[in-house]
Every structure is written in structure tokens, then in C-alpha cells.
Design a protein around this ligand. Structure first.
Ligand SMILES: [Zn+2]
Length: 338
């Protein structure tokens, strides 16, 4: 088969790779229905997170089970399944309290931009849909593998409650789905920080009530103006830079919550500032597996349409163009079809 391999900054190739097969009895092999490029793929793509050797890419996936190892019990060939970017056993103590992305046996699933994928710990990782979905549901279901689950975790970690005020830092796909998640959890007011018209439009469609175009201290000031001078109850940080993290902490009211899901790059927090900010901080790699059953149901019942973040679809063999379009911000998120 052929799949995506990153060789260095802005050098993604679609090339021959070994077709995955069952290695351990707990593995499943799935035929990918759709995959995509993640905002976090852009860190190594841009050379900000250097790679040591040519690296297969992709960690968002859904598809049909082709084969399972002898120990797999809960999924079977022919089922349509979705899994997280971290395989988890879903039985250890950490999984049981809902932090499957930190499973004691977690394994990163990182070769999904390909037609066939090996998923370890299949019983714990993969969740089947009620039936094989119709084509129009596939983009929605694909988002549950990471981007939607991550936006949902941002809102959950930031303690979004019915009637509360949420602010979202970042208008990438995660930020936009954080808006949708905050809306779904009942936030009354949702402020999104965005400077891009097409993204503002989608944010409004997902439930944003206010747009803030200012950044840094001015952005913080603007959020305070919109929240009786005290800041938002919940701030959802979906970028991962020093500026976005500080913006998030400073836009949160005393006693409020910051949910941070942007993978941090060079973020350093000042202890004294943090002490007097008086906020709850909770974040990290989203425990997507925890949310899969609930989110699959919301998509299946057509209550949410997170797949709208895909504003570009390409055949998998054009994966290099998919990266380029996202790098140049011509696309919010690109879906790839094998
Ligand atoms: Zn576990």
C-alpha cells in the first residue's frame, strides 16, 4: 500500500509502505474510510517539532474492521469503527477514571494517513457505530477520532455549564469544535477569538455569540468588557502558544476554569502570575475514548455536524497538497479519502 511519510520540513511524500497486519492478538486491522490532517501534524511539518527520521503520519481515522487478533472480543470484521489517537486498554485504573489517553498501556496510533491501519488494544480502543454509516455521516464520525473529542474535552475541562459564559482562544478546527461543544453543553454566551471571516462564520453557525478580533492584552481587555469586567467562567485554549495560553489564563474570571488542549510549544508559566490568577487549569491530550459513545450517538441522531470543519476533501494520494493548504491556512481542515 501507499501512505503518507514526512521526511522533513514541508516534505510529505505518498510512498510505498508495508501493509499493516495483526502482530499481537489484541490488534485489529481496519480499512480506512476517511482520514485527515490534524493541526498538530503541522508542528513537525513546519519543522518546529523536528523529526529524527522519515515518519509515517496520521492519527485520525475511522473505517471498516478487516481482521482481528485472536484475543479481540468486542469488535469484529465488517463493523465500522472509530478510535482515538491513543490506543488504550480501557481497563486499567487510569482508563477507569476516564483518562484513556494516559492509559498505563497507551500506544500512539500514528500511521493513519494510509488505506490500512493497525490498531493495538482493539477492544479498549475501538467503538463500533450501530450500523455501517451512510456516506454523509463519515466526515462527522471522523472528527470524533480527535478534533471533536478534543474540542469537547476543552469544554468539559473548562467546566462549561448551562448558562455559563465561555471564551474560545483559537479558530482552528479544534477551536471551532470547542465552540460547538460549549454550545452543546449549554453555554449561554460563547466568545470566540478569530480574525478570519470564513472561520468566524462557521463559529457563529456552531453557536458563537461574540467575536473578538484583538489579540494579546487587547484581546483580554475586550473579553473583560464583554463579561462585566471580570472575565469568562470558562476559557477553552485551543492553540498551544505562549500568547494563547496567557490570553486564556488572563481572560478567565477569578475562580473560573481554563481547559487547554492546544499542544504546548514553548509555553512557560510564571508561578506568581499563576498564583494570583486564581483559576483552575485542566488540560492535556483529550481522553477521546471516554467521549466516543456519547459523541457517536449525537452524530448518529444528527444532533451535531462537526464534519463541517472539513472545507476541503482530497484523494489520499494528494496528501502533500492537504498539508500545504492547511499550512497556508487556505483550508481549515482537509479530509482525505483513500
Ligand atoms: Zn488503560
Amino acid at each position: 500500500m501507499r501512505g503518507a511519510v514526512l521526511y522533513g520540513p514541508r516534505d510529505v511524500r505518498f510512498e510505498e509502505r508495508e501493509t499493516p497486519k495483526v502482530i499481537k492478538p489484541t490488534d485489529a486491522i481496519i480499512r480506512i474510510s476517511a482520514t485527515c490532517v490534524c493541526g498538530s501534524d503541522l508542528w513537525p511539518y513546519r519543522g518546529i517539532q523536528p523529526i529524527a527520521q522519515p515518519t509515517p503520519m496520521g492519527h485520525e481515522y475511522c473505517g471498516i474492521v478487516e481482521e482481528v487478533g485472536s484475543a479481540v472480543k468486542s469488535v469484529k470484521p465488517g463493523q465500522f469503527v472509530i478510535g482515538s489517537f491513543f490506543a488504550s486498554d480501557n481497563t486499567c485504573l487510569i482508563c477507569k477514571i476516564g483518562y484513556q489517553s494516559s492509559c498505563q498501556h497507551a500506544e500512539f496510533v500514528g500511521t493513519a494517513q494510509a488505506p490500512v491501519l493497525r490498531v493495538p488494544l482493539a477492544d479498549g480502543t475501538l467503538v463500533p457505530t450501530p450500523e455501517v454509516p451512510s456516506q454523509d455521516l463519515i466526515p462527522n464520525l471522523l472528527t470524533l477520532s480527535d478534533v471533536m473529542g478534543t474540542g469537547w474535552f476543552a469544554a468539559d475541562a473548562a467546566n462549561v455549564k448551562p448558562g455559563s459564559t465561555a471564551a474560545v482562544v483559537g479558530d482552528g478546527a479544534v477551536g471551532l469544535l470547542a465552540v460547538l461543544s460549549a454550545k452543546q453543553m449549554g453555554a449561554e454566551r460563547i466568545i470566540v477569538m478569530s480574525r478570519h471571516e470564513s472561520r468566524q462564520k462557521l463559529a457563529r453557525e456552531f453557536g458563537a455569540t461574540d467575536i473578538v478580533t484583538e489579540r494579546g492584552d487587547e484581546g483580554v481587555e475586550r473579553i473583560k468588557q464583554l463579561t462585566n469586567g471580570i472575565g469568562a467562567d470558562s476559557v477553552l485554549e485551543c492553540v498551544g502558544t505562549q500568547q494563547s495560553m496567557m490570553q486564556a489564563i488572563q481572560s478567565t474570571r477569578r475562580g473560573g476554569y481554563v481547559g487547554y488542549v492546544g499542544v504546548p510549544h514553548g509555553v512557560e508559566l510564571n508561578g506568581e502570575q499563576l498564583f494570583f490568577a486564581h483559576v483552575h487549569l485542566h488540560g492535556g491530550p483529550a481522553p477521546v475514548r471516554r467521549y466516543l459513545p456519547e459523541l457517536i450517538k449525537l452524530v448518529w441522531d444528527r444532533k451535531i455536524n462537526p464534519g463541517k470543519v472539513f472545507d476541503m476533501t482530497l484523494p489520499l494520494d494528494q496528501v502533500a497538497q492537504a498539508y500545504r493548504a492547511m499550512d497556508e491556512r487556505r483550508a481549515i481542515k482537509t479530509l482525505l479519502r483513500p
